[in-house]
Design a protein around this ligand. Sequence first.
Ligand SMILES: [Zn+2]
Length: 142
Amino acid sequence: MTQQTPADELREAAEKLRSLITFLGDNRGPWEVDTPPSGYPQSINNVGVPYLVANTYEGPGIPAFTIAPYIATMHPGVGAALAKLLRDTHAFHEHDDRPDHGGCDWCGDEDWPCSDVRNALAVARAVLGRPAVPAASEETGR
Ligand SMILES: [Zn+2]
């Protein structure tokens, strides 16, 4: 198996997100939380579509009223935006392979992968369920 380039990983993660969103059909978001008077189970529903996306339950170690809002916040529209970010990062940021260069031809970062690509790679690897790489901000403290 050949080693994937950063562009390969960004493209693969964007395609995975787009594919998952496509198969959601009418459940593409936004999603909203419905909390019954008793508090649980909280239902996550697609706005305008009579489908239940998921239910969440209270239990030991589960912070009250936090899981459903998080899931609803990360609805497929967020996934579509992330897919676009990954595709755009892949499309614009390129290694500058001219002699005496070597950073990013797009943003001028002297490192390759540049900080934008490293941050996008952290997202891509999370989407793909792979070990994380440090985000650029973690390396520089910015
Ligand atoms: Zn760059």
